[in-house]
Ligand binder design. Structure first.
Ligand SMILES: C[S@@+](CC[C@H](N)C(=O)[O-])C[C@H]1O[C@@H](n2cnc3c(N)ncnc32)[C@H](O)[C@@H]1O
Length: 872
């Protein structure tokens, strides 16, 4: 039993949520114990209720405990002067029939069986201090439930996707739907119009239904209409679903109260807030003909594993026994993009499918307005979903709210705890619209530079959709719902279709086999072999331990396990690797030292090899869109993370005899330019075109869809100029064309091994050494968030920043060398020269995109074997 709660009680909403959650869990356990007893009267109640709640005794205890907790604390919010206990709360709630009252009555009637846990809960609620109550009052109370659920059962909260919507977002959706009802569907009274039927498919504690009631009453009163009549109609026309018992009971009570307060006569069965799984088979209650159906809300989002075939219910699986097909089939891509299909198995996509079907695929007009993740706007896996939306709707408005907290293009999210970008979409279906044409899609975006508060303010102040600056998205059935800066971007060939073999970079999963000098690697190797605990020094993973034999990276021959080597075994081959953009290091190139060293890349590594690296599965941000290197790249070479399969070699073999260029592409270029175009020249052209910040700046919107495209000019002279500047840049970035000079100088040599570095007034200080002049542009040079110079330096300090994986990482160079000073100078000179070349590239790029371009469909598609890694 819990100790009695002592005053002062909990203050912050987090503390309140934590305590309440603990008491609620105890009550749930007490309920479970009670119903397990054969003589329990509660058990009889469980038997009566459970079928309705679609569950057994465990679900009954869960639902009842949550509902009682919620009932008690809403009562405390509303009646702070009253004593917090269930009997009194029942009396005060007497006028609001529904599940909340039912649960509190059950608690009062069966107190004898759960008295101790119930008493603790009541005492906790009573101890909530008055000043913290003020912060949790109605309105904010709805959001408190999210906090409570997180403290009560975070897994349940996540699985249900229970993240509640800020009032400003709800307001913007209400404004949009009301306006379209009036302007497009002849319902000037908006939600108050008798012919409008609205459903919130995932209502939580009822934020949307309450906002709808308030908006309808405002409209009808402004036009001198009858508020009570409107409220009575809403009791019939407003439907809400929720799958969790606690929020459902809350929503039910709040909607009942709001309609009652407006003078509604409620139907005998009460308001139509229902405890149900929206994705389950519909219950068959028909909407009368002649109605306008509106579906709006904020459905749950969470990606489900493909194997979880029980998720998604009727929407995903249909009901084969009744001959009912799975509606999700309409959103599924064809086999060619099947690898992206897993993105579709997400609760939000199921809800989109349900919402579209319910509101816009029945007889008559409809509107759908959801806030959800925005991955469907551009993602290749969502092409069929976009096609279906374009086919069913006449018009679609997208308000892109950004909000990517994880990728390289970060922006503030309107939700506190959501880290993936979101958008509001409003779809319109007119009666008798032309179904042979795709819906018109209009797009707007709240600036990425805005803070969360600024975004919310913009949404909260919205009075009309017409205040927003809209652009048209392309009309192609499956085209992204995002306009192109040059509307043709979607037609340009994709980088990965010109160079069809892409590979992931090498991944060691431990840091010690990589170092800035070969000597250090030699020391670490010796230390590994002599370590008392070789396995701990090695730092194994589940996939790779010292007991596993390996293969030689270069010729594929077998290698004995590290565990079997003597203390004097020779040091493996030391090779340069391309660790990060413009940051080369050395590695022990031994197949036993890394988990995924990608033998295919080592086999194709040769003196003429060049690699492009980029981001292929996340959006690019500031800086060049591609970087180059001449050594096997690390998995995260491009920007330190999000590496995926972003390595594109120029050659498929060490001898540089087989170009990694789609068959037929060079022939087309030859015919077009009446001269031979080599694979190296095309590679250099692409580097000239994409390897500068101007490309990303011009195509910011388009590049939110991962995987860059190439504007391939038809102008031979432009092609040659771009390839020439690209070739120079390739020489610099691969360090094959070594620069002997630049502006930066070492004005004071670095003495002792530096512990830190800093930059001010064009002077770069490294330990006790100084380098100048270093312009702010050189210092700030970045590749999608990777700051090149600071990143290079931080890996070469006495104690480098970042992850360490074993005691071997602690072995560091004892001194800074001349060679390191020279490398740093060369890096600074390369960046200086790159900045100068980027200005030339930006100019040529502008001319290329303004001129005539080759479209991707004119080029041959890569064959399967061209995409596959080369066979040895
Ligand atoms: C993102 S929250 C939004 C809640 C509320 N509409 C709001 O905006 O504050 C999604 C809600 O959907 C509920 N939910 C999840 N799956 C559901 C399902 N299959 N059927 C009905 N409701 C569901 C969750 O419990 C959660 O309350």
């Amino acid at each position: 039993m819990f100790p009695r709660v002592r005053r002062p009680g909990p203050k912050s909403s987090r503390e309140v949520a934590g305590l309440l959650a603990a008491r609620c869990r105890a009550l749930r356990d007490a309920l479970r114990t009670a119903v397990a007893a054969p003589t329990s009267r509660l058990r009889t109640l469980a038997d009566e209720w459970s079928p309705a709640a679609c569950g057994g005794e465990a679900e009954f205890a869960e639902a009842l405990a949550q509902t009682i907790a919620y009932g008690l604390w809403t009562d405390r919010l509303e009646h702070p002067e009253a004593r917090s206990e269930v009997a009194g709360a029942c009396a005060r709630l007497g006028a609001t029939p529904g599940p909340l009252l039912r649960a509190l009555r059950a608690a009062a009637d069966h107190r004898a069986e759960i008295g101790a846990a119930l008493g603790e809960l009541e005492a906790t609620v009573a101890a909530i201090e008055a000043d913290s109550l003020a912060g949790l009052r109605e309105g904010e109370g709805a959001y408190f439930y999210e906090e409570f659920l997180a403290a009560y059962d975070e897994r349940l909260r996540r699985e249900a996707g229970a993240y509640y919507t800020p009032a400003e977002v709800v307001h913007a959706q209400i404004v949009a739907v009301r306006e379209l009802l009036a302007r497009e569907l002849g319902a000037p009274l908006g939600f108050a119009a008798p012919e409008v039927v609205v459903t919130d498919p995932a209502c939580g504690t009822g934020v949307y239904p309450l906002a709808i009631v308030a908006d309808a009453l405002r409209c009808v009163r402004a036009s001198g209409g009858d508020g009570a009549g409107c409220a009575s109609r809403l009791a019939e026309n407003l439907v809400a679903h929720e799958v969790l018992a606690g929020p459902f009971a809350a929503a039910h009570a709040r909607v009942t109260r709001a309609l009652r307060a407006a003078g509604a006569r409620l139907p005998d069965a009460g308001v139509r807030v229902m405890l149900r799984d929206t994705l389950a088979r519909p219950d068959g209650r028909e909407v009368e003909a002649g109605r306008i159906r509106v579906c709006m809300g904020n459905p749950p989002y969470d990606r489900r594993e493909l194997t979880e075939s029980d998720r998604g219910g009727w929407i995903r699986h249909g009901d084969p026994g009744r001959g009912e097909r799975a509606l999700m089939a309409d959103f599924l891509p064809d086999a060619a993009v099947g690898k992206h299909a897993k993105n579709l198995y997400n609760a939000y996509v199921y809800f989109w499918r349900w919402a579209l079907w319910w509101s816009c695929e029945q007889a008559g007009p409809g509107l759908v307005c959801l806030i959800t993740p925005s991955s469907y706007l551009r993602g290749p896996g969502f092409a069929a979903m976009r096609r279906h939306l374009r086919a069913v709707l006449d018009a679609l408005w997208i308000i892109d709210l950004g909000g990517d907290a994880l990728g390289p293009r970060r922006s503030a999210n309107v939700f506190n705890k959501i880290r993936t970008p979101v958008c509001i979409a409003v779809g319109l279906r007119r009666e008798g619209g032309d179904r042979s044409r795709p819906a018109e899609v209009f797009y707007t975006r709240l600036g990425d530079g805005l803070s969360r508060e600024q975004k919310l303010r913009a949404l909260g102040g919205l009075q009309s959709l017409q205040e927003l600056a809209w652009s048209r998205a392309p009309d192609g059935w499956e085209a992204p719902f995002v306009p192109g800066a040059s509307g043709d971007y979607g037609l340009w060939p994709r980088l990965v279709d010109l160079f069809p073999w892409q590979h992931a970079g090498a991944q060691w999963k431990r840091t010690w086999p990589i170092a800035e000098t070969p000597e250090l690697l030699e020391r670490r190797w010796r230390a590994l072999l002599r370590a008392e605990d070789r396995a701990a020094a090695f730092r194994g993973t589940e996939a790779w331990t010292i007991a596993r034999p390996g293969i030689d990276l270069f010729d594929g021959s077998p290698l004995p396990a590290l565990a079997s080597l003597g203390a004097d075994a020779p040091t493996p081959r030391v090779e340069r690797i391309a660790w990060r953009s413009l940051d080369r290091r050395f590695c022990l190139a031994d197949g036993r030292l890394g988990d995924r060293l990608r033998p295919a890349l080592w086999r194709a590594q040769g003196p003429a090899q060049v690699y492009l690296t980029t981001l292929l599965s996340s959006g690019l941000s500031r800086g060049p869109a591609v970087m180059a290197c001449a050594e096997v790249p690390d998995l995260h070479h491009f920007r330190g993370s999000f590496g995926d399969k972003g390595v594109i070699p120029l050659w498929r073999d060490r001898g540089a005899t087989q170009a990694n260029v789609t068959r037929g592409v060079l022939d087309i270029l030859r015919d077009m330019f009446s001269r031979t175009v080599t694979a190296q020249e095309l590679f250099a052209y692409v580097y000239g075109c994409l390897g500068h910040p101007g490309y990303v700046e011009a195509l910011r919107e388009e590049l939110a869809e991962p995987g860059p495209r190439v504007p391939l000019t038809r102008d031979e002279e432009l092609f040659s100029r771009c390839a020439a500047v690209g070739a120079e840049l390739l020489g610099l970035h691969t360090f094959r064309a070594r620069l002997r000079d630049g502006s930066a100088r070492c004005v004071t040599p670095v003495g002792a091994m530096p512990e830190k570095f800093s930059y001010a007034d064009e002077v770069l200080t490294v330990g006790d050494g100084r380098f100048a002049p270093v312009s702010p542009a050189v210092w700030g040079y970045e590749v999608s968030g990777l700051k090149i110079v600071p990143s290079w330096l931080s890996g070469r300090m006495l104690q480098p920043r970042g992850r360490t994986s074993s005691p071997l990482d602690a072995l560091r160079p004892s001194a800074w060398s001349e060679a390191l000073t020279q490398e740093l100078l060369e890096l600074l000179w390369v960046v200086e020269r790159s900045l100068a070349l980027h200005r030339v590239q930006a100019d040529i790029f502008g001319q290329i995109v303004a001129g005539e371009l080759v479209s991707g469909s004119e080029l041959p598609a890569p064959a399967e074997e061209e995409r596959a890694e080369p066979r040895t």
